[in-house]
Design a protein around this ligand. Structure first.
Ligand code: UDX
Length: 456
């Protein structure tokens, strides 16, 4: 092995690009590898194809210094690198619930066929349990060149919007190893020396546990969100305040307040796909009942979207011909990602029901327009609200959370706002003459509508 270690990162999407730039920041020489030439050209020029706070600066800094390079050549990567991280995507299978792991297989195989010196391959992608053990064997079968290959699994827990921070200062490191593979452990301790110096816990375990830690964490987070959203259905029926409920149970340290924000539910490239892939995998293992609760978690989550659409219909009388201003289409704030975004799904459904839909997201408009071009994308919340009969807050960007009634004064015809993320101060808006309909709040149009006639 070379000192300092030479690191390659296979797959330069969200996870890979972040990992590559952060490894360079830690002082390693890094080579990012992808089969997508256009992406590689962009990254090599120091341009990031997606929005992530802090990452463009790292990318620029290290592409300029030469510490971070990019290539499409596995031959170059295999001859050069000591530690090869695999961070390619594992999307949901078309037409199915399982994870499509062909890109992981392809990356591992291409590496094995091109490695010509002692090397460690480290899987980072989120995969069905059992993948690492299978790949560890596959890699040995395909490797015919000189050198010895070790194989480890090191799942990634980064959140969009915090990717740099989560990579440089993670909550924990999880390393799955072949039994007795002390060399791999030593190398990974070297890679993560700065995190270990900062006392980040490192869990060294077997392949299966390492793979499962990742899906268990995501399944738990998704369950927590759907748990509070299920209570939203109850408070919508009987009355009560879902935020106060979450605050109160969250004070119990065993429960904790985080990930108990009720609203239009979870989306993005991970939680929805990962809970479905986990169910598909355990079914394959013959454990059909084991993760059945995740079907409920998924359904509760999707029902939130139905509810927010029906709220719009209740306040408007009918959707056909109405104008709706949507604030937020990214699946969460500080991200331009609209994959499985509840907000975009809701906007599209309103459009399909005949509404004119104005959309503003601080970062997500361009990606949303690629997926659903027929909405009216505008460049400010003022433009989205102007002429609308109702405004819907669907992604809790800071600029939306900090809105006050006077910011929308005179723009929204019926002074109705639907809070799909439970972030507005209801009292303040109602005092200013607004009707506020929020997920998790009981809403009776006949009683709660104030101001102008809501019909269109
Ligand atoms: C998630 C995990 O958090 C991360 O550890 C893993 O590596 C990848 O998946 P991410 O998809 O970036 O990260 O988003 P996250 O911040 O977890 O939010 C997921 C979704 O849940 C968002 O749509 C968010 O709006 C929603 N959410 C989150 C809620 O609806 N309520 C909450 O209380 C928290």
């Amino acid at each position: 092995f070379t000192v300092p270690l030479r690191i390659t990162v296979i797959g330069t999407g969200y996870l890979g690009a972040t990992h590559a730039a952060c490894m360079a920041e830690l002082g390693f020489e890094v080579l990012g590898v992808d089969i997508d030439e256009r992406k590689i050209e962009m990254l090599a020029a120091g341009e990031l194809p997606f929005h992530e706070p802090g990452l463009p600066e790292l990318l620029k800094k290290h592409t300029q210094s030469g510490r971070l390079r990019f290539t499409t050549s596995f031959e170059e990567a295999g001859a050069w690198g000591d530690v090869h991280f695999i961070g390619v995507g594992t999307p949901q299978k078309p037409g199915g619930y399982g994870a499509d792991i062909r890109y992981v297989d392809a990356a591992a195989t291409s590496l094995a066929e091109n490695i010509t010196k002692d090397a460690l391959i480290v899987g980072k992608s989120t995969v069905p349990v059992g993948t690492a053990r299978r790949l560890a064997t596959l890699v040995q079968e395909r490797h015919t060149g000189p050198g010895r290959i070790s194989f480890a699994w090191n799942p990634e827990f980064l959140r969009e919007g915090f990717a740099v921070k989560d990579t440089l200062t993670p909550d924990r490191l999880v390393i799955g190893l072949a039994e007795g593979d002390l060399d791999a452990e030593v190398i990974l301790r070297e890679v993560y020396a700065s995190q270990l110096a900062a006392e980040t816990p490192m869990i060294v375990t077997d392949y299966e546990t390492a793979e499962l830690v990742k899906v268990a964490a995501n399944a738990f987070l998704a369950t927590k969100i759907s748990f509070i959203n299920a209570f939203s259905e109850v408070t919508e029926s009987v009355g009560g305040d879902i935020r106060t409920l979450a605050d109160a149970i969250g004070h119990d340290a065993r429960i904790g307040r985080r990930f108990l924000n009720a609203g239009v539910g979870f989306g993005g490239g991970c939680l929805p796909k990962d809970i479905r892939a986990l169910q598909a995998r355990v079914s394959e293992l013959g454990l059909d009942r084991t993760m059945r609760f995740l079907t409920e978690v998924d359904e509760i989550n999707l029902r939130r979207r139905d509810r927010v659409v029906s709220l719009a219909e209740e306040v408007l009388g009918r959707l056909n011909g109405a104008t709706v201003g949507i604030l937020g289409v990214a699946f969460k704030p500080d991200s331009d990602d609209v994959r499985d975004s509840p907000a975009l799904d809701v906007a599209a459904r309103l459009f399909n029901s005949g509404a004119d839909v104005n959309v503003y997201d601080p970062q997500g408009n361009a990606n949303a327009a690629k997926r659903f071009p027929r909405l009216n994308y505008v460049d400010s919340y003022v433009a989205a609200a102007t002429g609308a009969q109702v405004v819907m807050l669907l992604t809790e960007w800071k600029e939306f959370k900090e809105l006050h009634p006077e910011d929308l004064d005179g723009l929204v015809q019926n002074k109705v706002i639907i809070d799909g993320r439970n972030v507005l101060n209801v009292r303040e808006w109602e005092d200013a003459g607004w009707t506020v309909a929020a997920l998790g709040r009981k809403f009776d149009p006949a009683r709660d509508m104030v101001g102008l006639n809501a019909g269109v």
